[in-house]
Ligand binder design. Structure first.
Ligand SMILES: *[C@@H]1O[C@H](CO)[C@@H](O)[C@H](O)[C@H]1NC(C)=O
Ligand SMILES: *[C@@H]1O[C@H](CO)[C@@H](O)[C@H](O)[C@H]1NC(C)=O
Ligand SMILES: *[C@@H]1O[C@H](CO)[C@@H](O)[C@H](O)[C@H]1NC(C)=O
Ligand SMILES: *[C@@H]1O[C@H](CO)[C@@H](O)[C@H](O)[C@H]1NC(C)=O
Ligand SMILES: *[C@@H]1O[C@H](CO)[C@@H](O)[C@H](O)[C@H]1NC(C)=O
Ligand SMILES: *[C@@H]1O[C@H](CO)[C@@H](O)[C@H](O)[C@H]1NC(C)=O
Length: 928
């Protein structure tokens, strides 16, 4: 066969090393590439797919993993990359004007022995493809996308690690042969797979190669993942046939998929599924073939119904008629349809039809807008291709997006331009390449300490150029007079080269830093204008000293100007940002030395918790103060600037019912946040923790905890500007101090709301506490916190966890619907935690139960504000205390908590308010 030949034109490029497939032991589909990331050998798997290792990749490390019941060789290894602000790319050669499917898969397998699940982004070229969020170490995450190749290579890049380290298990490329996936938008949009389902499947295994010659993975409808293919109508039955169905034309679904289907015996088929990445515009097609034999007097006609989209219901499907016969494929669909995240649909028989609907398969893709990347992409790729041996030239993908190459900086235009190139000390030889002169946005060029030869080219096309470092090379020829025409030029370093001739007078007249010493044959023409010229002729060391001095002066000037309160800054060079920002942050937050943290935690000896953002350790400062030290997962933040911004934000949030932020440490790549230590752990542990911690909280103690937490949340929602939405309220984020006063933790790492209105971002939160409205709409408001708080109130009443397979009866797993059925039928006693042993006022419980029900209303607008909830809680406390106050108060009715009628200065939020009171009260004990 001609397969081997076809494939060899289809080379795989890994970090500059091209692997040509010249021969194969067995037939391999044309245009198939299967990379076993982290693998070490070439092999053919059970399906007949030929796998190749990525061992020539210049970046990343490999690790072995082992998952029970996972025997596929490609899932025994991963390749992983540092969690820095770079991107790591695989580059693959493709045929232009050809459609491909590209598939990346990720099996975590705890390769790094860490408890922090990785989260990072992948992109196809400059186009953001998906965010990979690992939530289980043993299941494979798969991303698929269909594209029309427009250039001879494509790159799949990993970047932006939010937690953990980016990694990849497999990368696959499959070439299509037909036009099923043609769309009129395909030069502007990719198709990113959301659902590809084989209905009526005869097993849980997906159908793929060799049944599907293009190796699409058709998922079985009998695998029920969470929120995927639920709400199946009664009377839904599987049917199948062994008769042939012709699907050989182009890239139609394979016969095996079309030979099975579901039919709605009761007249309808209904399904609901979550569409990743939606709401969006998408491509949605269904595949039908009549595979049941029925009499001529019977008919099967049906219509599609999508809630809220009446326009989609018009066409009546009569499979047999539309397909012109039985066992023939009919594929109606919508090439551009707007679909929600939670997609419900129904196929319903028409009144004149005797049989219910049939469905064999469907596919839904999301349109993903192609980002064409930097305007300098081809120039930069051409530049890098001259250095095939150098690692820095093999980074792949777009020079600027989604992250720039390590030696490049770009501006933030939608189609960015390269503004800085730093290739100092990289052993560059030969001429300065002319590509560099075509970078019209270039501001900074550093090629110093190489072995560059030849003449300095004409940079007059780079009209924004400010900084040119060409010192310590072997450049020859004259200093071009065009340098004098660069309007923004500030610094020019040409020392220690072999330049000759006379320096253009215009250049000497420019008010710039200009060093041209150490060029034996270079002369200055003397015409007496030298008083306006800043010529620094000194040693290399002297030059560096001067730059350092300038940086220092610059930062002094800014420091002296820091009269205004807000940290809006503009500093010209990124390198100077870090020192500047640490100054800003230290104005408000204490900076701990890493050694101090090391000592206080005894080198991170005692671990007391972990979460999405990192691991928490116990520590004790020299003065005896106990602290909780949160070590953020490497690079939770994009860089020092983002981290210090966050610190600045955190240090502005002060409230008695929020865990106090004491300071931070930023050193050796570690980002550390220091909080006060909370002696009594989490509310969750007290309600349901291990026997050692679990104590019975009295009802009044629970009410006080609810009050404290509500006050903390009220401050985030109303006392901060912009409003802060917590996003992850739960009983394990409510901490208790030594006096059992509650404080809310883990706030602030969430982004503040944009001018109080909706914020759309990736859904974050914890199952059981997550607002269903936020989940479906992805629109975040304060009301999502209210929902979570309602769940916490239910936990306080019932002692149960929010999700449980046992506690809520046969058909209910969720505390909300369980509690609702009791409260609505007037039986609040039926849900009260038995360990409270009747030691409560039922009216107070009713108040909290009603408040909780209002909080968990399905619609955000129906939920109360946190201040309204707080008022209800305080009324419940008043009822509970009754006339004989403080009797049953506190833990196990033993401790009593300070009376709430006293004016408590520490409760006042702002330092200013407290300072004002301090004047009045003087130094009171306990006054902070
Ligand atoms: C990096 O990831 C974070 C969190 O997922 C996201 O908010 C941010 O926009 C991403 N940055 C880029 C450059 O994509
Ligand atoms: C691709 O198309 C060619 C001709 O159109 C056909 O001969 C070949 O069998 C097709 N390949 C597949 C895998 O369908
Ligand atoms: C569906 O049909 C079956 C038998 O045809 C019947 O027993 C059942 O009650 C029907 N269900 C509904 C919801 O109509
Ligand atoms: C799909 O339709 C919408 C609305 O008509 C339009 O705005 C959009 O550009 C179309 N194409 C894509 C790929 O979304
Ligand atoms: C079609 O004819 C068969 C007998 O041949 C009968 O049992 C059946 O009820 C008829 N169906 C309809 C929809 O008329
Ligand atoms: C430059 O070359 C020298 C000698 O060949 C080598 O030792 C050094 O590692 C190289 N540096 C870089 C950055 O490639």
């Amino acid at each position: 066969m001609a397969m081997a030949m076809a494939t060899s034109s289809f080379l795989l490029l890994l970090a500059g090393f091209s692997l040509f497939f010249s021969s194969f032991s067995r037939a391999q589909m044309p245009g198939f590439v299967s990379i076993d990331c982290g693998g070490t050998r070439k092999y053919t798997d059970e399906l007949g797919l030929e796998w190749v290792p990525d061992s020539k990749l210049a970046f990343g490390k490999t690790a072995l993993i082992s998952i029970p019941n996972e025997r596929r060789e490609q899932y025994t290894t991963v390749r992983y990359f540092p969690a820095d602000n770079r991107k790591y790319c695989y580059t693959l050669n493709v045929k232009t004007r050809t459609r491909y499917l590209v598939r990346a898969s990720f099996l975590y397998g705890n390769f790094d022995n860490s408890n922090v699940y990785p989260k990072f982004d992948i992109s196809l070229g400059a186009t953001p493809w998906s965010t990979i969020v690992i939530s289980d170490e043993g299941s494979v995450e798969v991303e698929e996308l269909i594209f029309l190749a427009s250039s001879p290579t494509i790159s799949v890049c990993l970047s932006n690690a939010t937690t953990g380290q980016p990694f990849i298990s497999t990368l696959e490329l499959r070439q299509f042969n037909g036009s099923l996936y043609f769309t009129t938008y395909e030069t502007q949009f990719y198709l990113s797979l959301s659902a590809r389902i084989n209905f009526g499947a005869d097993s849980n295994n997906p159908v793929r190669y060799p049944d599907d010659p293009f190796d699409r993975i058709w998922e079985s409808d009998s695998v029920r993942r969470a929120n995927y293919l639920v709400d199946v109508a009664p009377g839904t039955e599987k049917v199948s046939t062994t008769k042939g169905i012709d699907t050989s034309n182009g890239d139609l679904p394979p016969q095996k998929v079309m030979q099975t289907a579901v039919v709605g015996r009761n007249g309808s088929l209904t399904y609901r599924l979550d569409l990743d990445g939606f709401p969006a515009n998408g491509w949605a097609f269904s595949y039908f073939a009549e595979i049941e034999d029925f009499d001529a007097n019977e008919s099967r006609k049906f219509k599609l119904f999508i809630p809220g989209q009446p326009a989609m219901s018009k066409a009546t499907v009569d499979v047999q008629e539309n397909a012109q016969g039985k066992y023939t494929l009919y594929e109606p669909g919508y090439p551009n349809i707007s679909l929600p995240f939670v997609f419900s649909f129904e196929f319903k028989k028409t009144n004149d039809s005797s049989l219910g609907p049939i469905l064999n398969a469907l596919e839904i893709y999301k349109y993903l807008k192609i980002n064409f990347g930097s305007v300098d992409a081809s120039t930069m790729n051409s530049f890098a291709s001259h250095y095939p041996e150098a690692d820095w030239a093999q980074e792949g993908g777009d020079p600027c997006l989604p992250a720039s190459w390590s030696w490049v900086q770009c501006n933030s235009d939608p189609q960015p331009k390269v503004i800085s190139i730093v290739l100092s000390r990289k052993n560059l030889t030969g001429n300065i390449l002319l590509e560099l002169t075509k970078l019209t946005g270039l501001v900074e060029l550093r090629l110093d300490e190489n072995s560059l030869t030849g003449a300095i080219p004409d940079f007059s096309g780079c009209s924004n150029m400010e900084l040119i470092h060409l010192e310590n090379n072997a450049l020859t020829g004259e200093v071009p007079s065009s340098l004098a025409d660069l309007p923004s030029l500030k610094e020019l370093y040409l020392q220690n080269n072999l330049l000759s001739g006379s320096i253009p007078q215009d250049l000497l007249n420019k008010k710039i830093i200009f060093n041209h010493s150490g060029n034996m044959n270079l002369h200055e023409e003397n015409n007496g204008k030298s008083h306006t010229v800043i010529v620094i002729v000194c040693s290399v060391l002297g030059g560096i000293f001067l730059v350092a001095l300038l940086v220092y002066c610059c930062s002094r000037v800014r420091k002296n100007k820091k009269g205004s309160k807000d940290n809006v800054v503009s500093v010209p060079h990124a390198q100077k940002l870090s020192s500047f920002f640490s100054e800003v942050a230290t104005e408000t937050a204490h900076r701990f030395a890493l050694s101090e943290i090391d000592d206080s935690t005894r080198k991170f000896e005692k671990r007391i918790g972990s979460g999405g953002f990192g691991i928490v350790y116990y520590g004790k400062l020299k003065d005896g103060k106990e602290i909780a030290v949160k070590v953020l997962t490497n690079d939770s933040f994009q860089g020092i600037r983002e981290f210090l911004n966050e610190v600045t934000l955190l240090s502005r949030i002060h409230h008695r019912n929020l865990v106090t932020f004491l300071g931070y440490s930023q050193q050796d790549g570690k980002n550390i946040l220091v909080y006060e230590f909370m002696h009594n752990g989490t509310l969750k542990e007290h309600l349901r923790g291990p026997a050692a911690i679990k104590r019975t909280l009295s009802w009044i103690a629970r009410l006080k905890i609810a009050e404290d937490a509500a006050k903390g949340i009220e401050y985030l929602h109303t006392g901060c500007s912009p409003t802060i939405i917590h996003r992850d309220l739960k009983s394990s984020n409510i901490l208790l101090d030594d006096k059992m006063r509650a404080k809310v933790s883990d706030f602030g790492l969430s982004k503040p709301a944009v001018d109080g209105s909706h914020v759309s971002s990736i859904v974050r939160g914890t199952v059981g506490y997550l607002d269903p409205e936020y989940y479906t709409s992805q629109q975040l408001t304060e009301k999502s916190d209210i929902y979570s708080f309602g769940v916490i109130l239910l936990e306080l009443i019932t002692g149960h966890e929010p999700i449980s397979n046992e506690n809520f009866g046969a058909n209910c797993r969720n505390i909300v619907s369980w509690a609702k059925s009791y409260v609505e039928s007037g039986n609040v006693r039926g849900i009260i935690d038995p360990s409270l042993e009747d030691d409560y006022d039922i009216q107070a419980v009713w108040k909290i139960a009603e408040a909780a029900m209002a909080c968990v209303s399905p619609q955000g607008v129906e939920r109360p504000s946190i201040s309204e909830v707080l008022k209800e809680i305080q009324e419940a406390i008043a009822i509970e205390r009754g006339p004989a106050m403080a009797d049953r108060e506190g833990l196990n009715s033993k401790h009593s908590v300070g009376s709430s009628v006293n004016l408590d200065p520490a409760e006042l939020a702002t330092p200013e308010q407290r300072a004002a009171l301090k004047d009045v009260f003087g130094a009171m004990p306990g006054f902070r």
